[in-house]
Design a binder for this molecule. Structure first.
Ligand code: HXC
Length: 517
């Protein structure tokens, strides 16, 4: 009897050892030679030591066509299970490029679906480490259908549990869409994402591109807006996913964890009182305000290089997670355009899904004028910002630092769009449009008929500025709740957020709204 038990254990141990080797020692060597870690090494970087519980280590495909019978590897090119990050439970999967290029198979789908289901039922975030050549070609329609299994679960989990995708190698063809359905994409190492590869593009269009110029981190961080964060190395990319998770709750029924606050909430920074330049058209970097107002070194900027005219990201105030949305006067004068609208709207919805209050800093001359923008649908894109702010039920606070002109005033968390508290700095300018264009529209005849049109125009401009280029008219009307010294912003926000922490607001019951797309 004892011998039999010994045999059983021996068999299990051998099978597990084989599974741990993925595609075999030679393939692991190749992976390392490319400067890449294996799936298991990546999971070891991600998870608290000893916390990983694997499921499905022995699952293997059952196909024989195209020589697949000679390429059966336990685990089938993916490692799945549960573990902990800083003591918090997470569901994880890591694609194993050493097995058939990490290609996506029916078994991979079964394994991912299993942990997606368990993660959703238990309210646990899901992190996927991607490294895959796309649908496993040999499996034909089965591998295509398999994607659908994962996609539907990505969508069902959307807004319930945080979903983070880290791209650490090729993410080709159908492999791109599961990450695209998750909340955040982090690109690291030599990760690339593209729907159709360089070979296909060359064959169809004659265009010559490389995987990196087509879908490397630079492209997706600055041009396409597909990725949210990037890191040079795999180690740094995995570390970013952990940092990002620290701002998020386990699920939409919980609040994000408060970390032990090191920075006193009542701290004031006098430098803020002189941050806004005397010349109103002079740029300044809104990230300096964010750094001075929130907890030291707590700002994790999301999509920093895409639509840099808007700044979004997570910060902490008194140790609590806060989502920041801001115009960036240092880039395109902070004007809103199509890409900035998409970036802001999505970020607001993420914060709202995960119970993260939103603080908005407004310094925006309005929407960027131009035929390109109109043809590109700036109307429907800009509408997304309005929709997202109106729909969001988390605490919302706005701070007008300088320009809040026209559409920008309305769209950027204006009071009527269920913003809880609106602050303004004394430098705020709240008007329908700038002084010169306003005078041109209102007083064309009067200016042209005057003896000295230039002098009359500048008098009228001065009167308009006197009337509107301050926060006090808006404060008179209650559109601004309080005009504050910039240095007071941190304590004001901390106290306001403390009051709003128990805010309860509900939208009317509906199947779902129809956010402009
Ligand atoms: C089966 C694959 C595979 C795939 C790679 N491999 N991709 N096997 N199905 N999709 C295998 C290779 O044959 C090779 O096996 C091993 O993985 C490593 O691949 P290499 O090509 O040697 O690696 P590399 O040079 O780094 O190139 C990686 C790559 C390239 C860029 C991912 O393999 C590639 O272009 N693959 C195909 C990508 C693609 O077009 N996928 C889309 C599938 S269609 P051996 O044994 O020779 O070493 C799709 C549509 C779904 O996904 C749509 C759903 C919405």
């Amino acid at each position: 009897m004892a011998d039999q038990t010994h045999d059983h254990l021996q068999t299990l141990r051998e099978m597990r050892s084989r599974a741990i080797l993925g595609g075999g020692a030679k393939r692991i060597e190749q992976q390392h030679a490319r400067g890449k870690f294996t799936a298991r090494e990546r999971l070891a970087l991600l998870l608290d030591e000893g916390s990983f519980q694997e499921f499905g280590a022995l699952a293997t495909h059952q196909f024989s066509a195209f020589g697949l019978d000679k390429q059966r590897f336990p685990g089938d090119g993916i490692v799945t299970g549960f573990g902990k990050i800083s003591g918090r439970r997470v569901a994880v999967f890591a694609q194993d490029f050493t097995v058939l290029g990490g290609s996506f198979s029916e078994v991979q789908a079964q394994k991912i679906s299993r942990i997606q289901d368990l993660a959703l039922e238990s309210g646990i975030p899901l992190i996927g480490l991607n490294d895959s050549g796309g649908a496993r070609i040999q499996e034909g329609v089965r591998s295509l259908a398999a994607y659908g299994e994962v996609f539907v679960r990505n969508v069902m989990a959307s807004g319930v549990i945080p979903q983070i995708s880290v791209i650490l190698g090729p993410c080709a063809g159908g492999a791109v869409y599961s990450p695209a359905l998750t909340d955040f994409i982090i690109m690291a190492g030599d990760g690339t994402m593209f729907l159709t590869g360089p070979d296909v593009i060359k064959a169809v269009t004659g265009e010559v591109v490389t995987a990196q110029t087509l879908g490397g981190a630079d492209v997706h961080m600055s041009r396409s807006g597909v990725a949210h964060l990037a890191a040079e190395t795999e180690v740094a990319g995995v570390a970013l996913s952990k940092l990002l998770l620290s701002y998020l709750p386990q699920n939409n029924n919980e609040d994000p964890p408060q970390i032990h606050p090191e920075d006193p909430p009542n701290r004031m920074d006098d430098a803020l009182n002189t941050l806004i330049p005397d010349d109103e058209n002079q740029p300044y970097d809104i990230r300096d305000a964010i750094a001075a107002i929130f907890d030291h070194d707590s700002f994790l900027e999301i999509q920093p290089a895409f639509a840099a005219n808007a700044v979004v990201g997570f910060v902490r105030l008194d140790g609590y997670s806060v989502g920041v949305v801001a115009n960036q006067p240092a880039f395109m004068s902070g004007a809103l355009n199509i890409d900035a609208s998409d970036k802001i709207a999505r970020f607001i919805r993420i914060c709202d899904s995960f119970n993260i209050p939103i603080v908005t800093f407004v310094d925006c001359p309005g929407f960027l004028p131009g035929a390109d923008q109109e043809y590109g649908g700036v109307i429907r894109h800009g509408a997304k910002i309005i929709y997202a702010y109106c729909e969001a039920t988390v605490p919302k606070i706005s701070v007008v630092t300088r320009k809040a002109m026209g559409g920008a005033y309305v769209a950027m968390s204006s009071k009527q769009m269920r913003t809880d508290l609106a602050f303004a700095w004394p430098t705020a300018q709240i008007a329908v449009m700038g002084a010169e264009p306003a005078v041109r529209v209102l007083y064309r005849e009067e200016v042209s008929k005057s003896g000295d049109p230039a002098a009359r125009a500048s008098e009228l401009v001065a009167a308009y500025r006197e009337q509107f280029f301050n926060p006090y008219r808006a404060a008179d009307l209650g559109q601004i709740d309080e005009v504050i010294e910039p240095r007071e912003t941190r304590p004001r926000l901390a106290r306001a957020l403390e009051v709003l922490r128990t805010k309860v607001q509900q939208n009317p019951p509906k199947k779902h709204g129809l956010s402009p797309t």
